[in-house]
Design a protein around this ligand. Structure first.
Ligand code: ATP
Length: 898
């Protein structure tokens, strides 16, 4: 047993620590502490229990006894020794891992006692810090002080959590905390006091101890931990008040579980050289556990005379502390059996002891720091008593120490013994598959993104190459075509050149051949003579022309000057005439418009409604006051001459053209002028004006003039001969102005009345043009169309009755019948009259009867025969109906009587 060694002055040493420089230096260095061979491949290190002693400052009462104290206790922190004077010549000296005087700050206590343990916990070890001592010796101050008012007073728990939080990564690591108290072998949850009988569960495989019934708080920050401590402390006070006991009668345990990922392990790297998934190991997760135990006060354990509840309480505390001491002792002795099951305290700390019935070294061992807080008063009283009792107990060196803490010999000696516990510590590590999966997923995502990016680059490259190839092929093709074309041109040129050369050669040969032939045959002499003569003539003529040119050039230009002057005079005269003529034309035009009722002389050309007749277009003739106009026109006609007026129809000045065509139209309205106009070429000019698409006024007036000329049978033939029907049909198709259409329809209607022109008129589209104009619903236009149809039907009827015509009516062939039937009862009397006549004429020829019946014309004929206002037409209809067998039979069938 390696405890301290006593001499006369009773010096007790720890052999293992003799050569140690400091408490901290005895902890295994972070990377050197591991050795392979522990369970699950976890690393193990050796360690032992460390013991420090701390004296708290004296309180008021103690200050009174201060005089004695200096004589009894001698702290030698630099030697890590505590000397207790037995008497003037004898003393006992105890050696610790740390000796902390009353001046030691909380920070220093934390750093020398707890910080190394916390560091070990962060590396995956289990670590425990326990405080042992009498009530009031400063256990809670040392461990659990919050330092709300004075941060320098923060205790080990607060500082430990600060350190842990500073050394973990919130993303990957976690901290969970339980806060418990153990009283009378019952474990109570200080975070949920109602839960006061928590059972301990031990994992048979790993030896891990857990408390499934205890509340576990995840700690994210210091505030939440402080809140937890306050809550636990409040619950502890409340629970103890309820139990009517003191706080120091229970053990308080703070259990901090730390899970920390290992990121910088060599074996787990995802560097570029080692990306193979097969080489990957899951990231390691280190699990450390820190237990901070505020042990129950030891002062009453020994007390004789304790009874009832107090006795039970004392026994319980005695039991747990004794069990704790035994376990530590067993570990110090390397005993194969560590009696952890003797109390709940030792069972709770089991995974910190490493108890195993079979193999001590395969289970976890833990770092301990014991802070022994000493009550100076008791120490002194012990000291005083020791002189008198001179007590010597089982444990040679520790009985004095134990007495100093009021007699728990076993516990005290074993706690002291704890300083030599040395064992194997095992890092608790496990594979963090979750994190690995996450990392792998990220890696896969990254690889996929990279792959996609490369794919895109590849596709773009392919597309670029394709386009490039396409461009090159197109260029090659173009070059080829150009080269081909060039070659072809060159070949053609060569060919042409050779042909030319051949032709020249051939011509030369031919000439030679001819000359030879002539010479040889003596023929053609006469031709040569003739050619020579012609050449001579030509030469003479050219000479004469040259002479004349020379004469003209050489100043014999008097005659020429005269001619030029004469021409200039004539030109001026003509211009004057034109000017007079223009003004006269304008004047006449205005007068004519006024006479016709055009207020502003504009070209509106509105006809007087209802003035249609079977004859020519009356509006072209002036009626009222026509004498004056006619006189003006006659005057003009006589003064200027018709030829000049007609020439003005082709003037470049649009106004002149309009005036001119008006004058011509007015002249054409007089029968006496018509022949002259036609003779002077006026009809041709007027027909040409129908082509003046841009000027509707000119077309309208020209069409009116043509219509007037078309009243004359001779002119009708001329109009047809000059292609007039085509021009009229064309105008009928493209004109929109109703008055233009009216003039055109009037002109065609007049032509329709010519028996000789029937066939040609129809073949050149006259009937269709006429029918096409019904699209304009203007009654004047419809009236002219109806007149034309009536005229045509009349001619056909005449020809049929004369036997010169056979077959069905051309009007029916050209589809005129529906319109005829539709307008047979028109409200416009003129239209109605023309259509009624047309129906009567069509009905006279038996061959039309069937079509007329099927087209509904029979009903109209019957109506005409009964209701027509004109007696002659009524009679004609009746006659027609009665004379046609077809109509008769149909009428009979329909039981209609005419
Ligand atoms: N190092 C110290 N410096 C200043 N005051 C101290 C120190 N240690 C203890 N005290 C004071 O001594 C008194 C008792 O301390 P504390 O309550 O921590 O003792 P305890 O051992 O936990 O007692 P109990 O077992 O009854 O809980 C408190 O007033 C505390 O403030």
């Amino acid at each position: 047993m390696a405890t301290g060694v006593g001499n006369r002055n009773g010096t007790h040493k720890l052999p293992n620590l003799r050569n140690s420089a400091s408490f901290k230096s005895k902890l295994p260095p972070a990377n050197a502490r591991r050795s392979v061979g522990a369970v699950g491949g976890a690393d193990s290190v050796s360690g032992r229990v460390r013991v420090a002693v701390r004296l708290r400052p004296r309180n008021t009462e103690e200050l009174v006894a201060d005089a004695d104290f200096a004589d009894c206790v001698d702290l030698q922190p630099e030697l890590k020794r505590l000397k207790l004077r037995k008497n003037n010549w004898d003393s006992d000296t105890f050696e610790f891992d740390e000796v902390l005087t009353e001046y030691a700050s909380q920070k220093r206590v934390y750093e020398v006692v707890a910080k190394p343990v916390v560091e070990s916990v962060l590396e995956g070890y289990n670590g425990t810090v326990m405080a042992y001592g009498q009530t009031g010796t400063g256990k809670t101050y040392t461990l659990g002080r919050l330092g709300d008012e004075d941060t320098s007073a923060r205790g080990i728990m607060v500082r430990a959590m600060e350190d842990i939080l500073a050394n973990i990564s919130p993303e990957t690591d976690s901290i969970s905390v339980s806060f418990l108290q153990l009283y009378m072998e019952y474990i109570q949850d200080l975070l949920n006091p109602a839960n006061d009988n928590i059972s301990i569960v031990e994992d048979q495989k790993t030896g891990d101890v857990s408390l499934p019934g205890a509340t576990v708080w995840e700690i994210r920050d210091q505030q939440s931990f402080m809140q937890l401590l306050r809550l636990g402390e409040a619950h502890r006070i409340a629970a103890n008040t309820k139990l009517n006991t003191e706080s120091s009668r229970s053990h308080a345990l703070l259990m901090v579980h730390v899970k920390k990922s290992v990121v910088d392990r060599d074996e787990f790297s995802l560097d570029a050289q080692n990306r193979s998934i097969g080489n990957l190991r899951p990231p390691m997760l280190r699990k450390g556990k820190l237990i901070v135990v505020d042990l129950a006060g030891s002062e009453r354990i020994h007390k004789s005379g304790s009874e009832g509840h107090m006795l039970e309480e004392a026994k319980s505390i005695n039991l747990s502390l004794s069990a704790l001491g035994k376990c530590i002792n067993a570990l110090a002795e390397n005993s194969p059996h560590v009696p952890v099951r003797d109390s709940k305290l030792t069972r709770l700390l089991k995974d910190s002891f490493g108890e195993s019935g079979y193999d001590l070294y395969l289970v976890d061992l833990t770092w301990y720091s014991l802070v022994c807080c000493r009550d100076i008063q008791n120490l002194i009283s012990y000291h005083n008593r020791s002189f008198s009792t001179s007590s010597s107990r089982d444990f040679k060196y520790h009985n004095v120490w134990a007495k100093g803490f009021n007699y728990n010999m076993c516990a005290h000696s074993d706690l002291y013994q704890a300083m030599k516990v040395e064992n194997m510590l095992k890092i608790k590590e496990e594979f963090d598959y979750k994190s690995l999966a996450k990392r792998l997923e990220m890696e896969i995502d990254k690889l996929m993104a990279e792959n996609e990016r490369q794919q895109k680059v590849y596709e773009n490259e392919i597309e670029r190459i394709r386009l490039e190839a396409q461009k090159r092929v197109a260029e090659a093709e173009r070059n080829y075509v150009e080269a081909l074309e060039e070659e072809k041109t060159k070949c053609q040129m060569d060919y042409m050149e050779s042909i030319k050369k051949l032709e020249e050669k051939w011509t030369i040969n031919q000439q030679k051949h001819t000359i030879n032939a002539e010479i040889n045959n003596g023929a053609g002499n006469e031709e040569v003579v003739e050619l020579k003569r012609l050449l001579q003539d030509e030469v003479c003529l050219r000479k004469a022309a040259e002479d004349e040119t020379h004469n003209l050039k050489s100043g014999s230009s008097d005659g020429l000057q005269q001619v030029l002057e004469e021409e200039s005079y004539q030109k001026k005269k003509l211009e004057e005439e034109v000017r007079v003529l223009r003004s006269q034309l304008a004047q006449i035009s205005i007068e004519a418009n006024q006479v016709r009722g055009y207020p502003d002389g504009s070209n509106s050309g509105n006809p007087l409604p209802g003035q249609d007749s079977l004859g020519p277009l009356n509006h072209m003739r002036s009626r009222d006051g026509s004498n004056g106009e006619r006189a003006s026109i006659t005057n003009l006609h006589e003064q200027v001459g018709l030829q000049k007026i007609l020439s003005l129809l082709e003037s470049e000045d649009a106004n002149v053209r309009i005036h001119a065509v008006k004058v011509v139209a007015n002249l054409a309205a007089e029968e006496g002028n018509q022949e002259k106009i036609v003779e002077a070429g006026g009809l041709t000019s007027l027909l040409m004006l129908l082509r003046t698409y841009g000027d509707e006024t000119i077309r309208r007036i020209a069409a009116g003039a043509i219509a007037n000329l078309a009243m004359n049978e001779a002119n009708q033939e001329l109009i047809m001969a000059q292609g007039g029907i085509c021009l009229l049909a064309m105008t009928a198709t493209d004109a929109e102005d109703p008055q233009t259409l009216r003039m055109v329809a009037g002109a065609i209607a007049n032509l329709c009345g010519n028996d000789k022109l029937q066939m040609r008129l129809r073949s050149e589209g006259g009937i269709k043009a006429l029918l096409g104009m019904v699209r304009c619903r203007h009654p004047d236009v419809l009236s002219q169309v109806a007149r034309g149809i009536a005229n045509f039907a009349k001619c056909e009827s005449r020809a049929s009755s004369q036997g010169s015509r056979h077959g069905r009516s051309l009007l029916i062939d050209d589809g005129a019948l529906p319109w005829i039937v539709q307008n047979a009862n028109s409200e416009a009397s003129l239209i109605r009259r023309h259509v009624e006549l047309a129906l009567c004429h069509l009905a006279q020829h038996e061959i039309n009867a069937k079509d007329m019946i099927s087209g509904g014309a029979l009903w109209e004929l019957v109506r005409i025969s009964r209701d027509c206002s004109r007696e002659d037409i009524r009679a004609l209809a009746r006659r027609t109906l009665t004379s046609s067998s077809t109509f008769q039979s149909e009428l009979r069938r329909l039981r209609i009587e005419v």
